[in-house]
Design a protein around this ligand. Structure first.
Ligand code: SF4
Length: 370
């Protein structure tokens, strides 16, 4: 089908030094010297060239190298990949190019290399600044490693983001607050705050099932998310998405593309490509169509994704959806009565309570597709 141009590109690097206890991402723990990594990066580079020749990268505005742990594969392999990327698309400073990195596998040398090759945003997997909590998560870095990595990253990058987690075993609100304040002290410009969730096929899931670990306390996590909004908000960050806080101008444009129905190309193992035109939306993973939406479902999905963002959705987006799914406006009105959304200045926006009760908020909108 003729489709809208892709605007975002995701490159997946599915390798880590060790699998963390909570992780269900598409990644594998592997020796850094393994030829499997060389072959993967070479294939990914070829896939990039092919995708470029097919004209699919002509309008890309954001790039994201995620994983796994991209920094784990080292400077030589990343140089090949980033050099290929620079040959394959317009990689100018106005194109946001993010790379994920973990504190133990990044140093000033690697930072200088990836900066020189076009990366302009670093996202560091910190999770906590408490060594006991990091150990509980099965992370291989310490809080000091994280501090060093942030300072090193800031020697080249203005745009540095970190991830923090709420609900870690051994964590309480006071230690979570310490991590938030440490992020602020270190001067990062973007913080993502996630509640720990227990996923199937993870060590934590086995531990919860065996009774050797308690499932995260959801009330405590909700308190932590509120605390994050208060502490980061007080330090000049704004919460532009349910889990994302940024100083003005440092919002992640790539993630915003996912939440606003922008078509994206995903390259590498398990990466998802979303293709669409005005009538259909399709997601493909590893060569298989995993989802197809007609226009009505697309519009509803956009409403649901829009509620992840503080700006919500426009009245006209809801009106358009209501033409095909007549119940849509009623559902938003009932969400307003429940205090989960508010309707102001021509937009429908989530409330803090809506974000806190996210399953209810997103679930009711999702049900419109059934
Ligand atoms: S470093 Fe990230 S991707 Fe790798 S195992 Fe840990 S959480 Fe998963």
């Amino acid at each position: 089908m003729p489709h809208d141009p892709y605007k975002a590109l995701y490159l997946h690097i599915p390798f880590c030094v060790k699998r963390c206890a909570y992780c269900d991402f598409a990644t594998q723990a592997i020796d850094r010297a393994s030829v499997e990594i060389d072959e993967y990066i070479e294939n990914l580079s070829l896939e990039l060239r092919r995708t470029s020749k097919e004209g699919k990268l002509a309008s890309i505005e954001t790039v994201y190298l995620g994983g796994g742990t991209p920094s784990y594969v080292g400077a030589k392999r990343l140089s090949l990949l980033l050099y290929t990327l620079s040959l394959s698309m317009r990689l100018e400073p106005d194109v946001e190019c993010t790379m994920e990195a973990n504190p133990e596998s990044i140093d000033e040398r690697l930072i200088a290399d990836i900066w020189a090759l076009g990366v302009n945003r670093l996202s560091l997997g910190v999770q906590s600044f408490d060594d006991g909590e990091l150990e509980a998560l099965g992370r291989v870095h310490s809080a000091d490693d994280a501090r060093r990595a942030i300072v090193a990253a800031q020697s080249r990058f203005d745009n540095v983001s970190i991830d923090l987690m709420a609900g870690i075993p051994r964590q309480d609100l006071a230690s979570f607050e310490k991590s938030l304040r440490e992020a602020i002290r270190l001067g990062v410009n973007h913080v993502s705050v996630y509640p720990l969730t227990i996923e199937e096929h993870t060590l934590f899931n086995n531990m919860v099932l065996a009774g050797t670990m308690e499932a995260p306390d959801e009330d405590l996590q909700a308190d932590a998310m509120e605390l994050a909004a208060e502490v980061l908000g007080g330090a000049g960050f704004h919460r532009y998405e349910v889990a994302s806080y940024a100083r003005r101008g440092y919002e992640c444009r790539h993630n915003k593309a996912y939440w606003t129905g922008v078509p994206y190309v995903g390259l590498g193992r398990s990466a998802v490509t979303m293709t669409q035109n005005s009538e259909r939306r399709m997601r493909v993973q590893d060569g298989r169509v995993i989802e197809e939406l007609d226009r009505a479902s697309m519009l509803v999905e956009d409403l649901m994704l829009g509620m992840r963002m503080s700006r919500g959705v426009s009245e006209s987006a809801l009106k358009q959806a209501t033409e095909l799914v007549p119940e849509a406006t009623n559902v938003f009105q009932s969400l307003e009565e429940l205090g989960l959304v508010r309707h102001i200045e021509g937009r429908w926006m989530p409330t803090d309570r809506g974000w806190l009760l996210g399953n209810e908020l997103y679930g009711r909108i999702y049900d419109l597709t059934l």
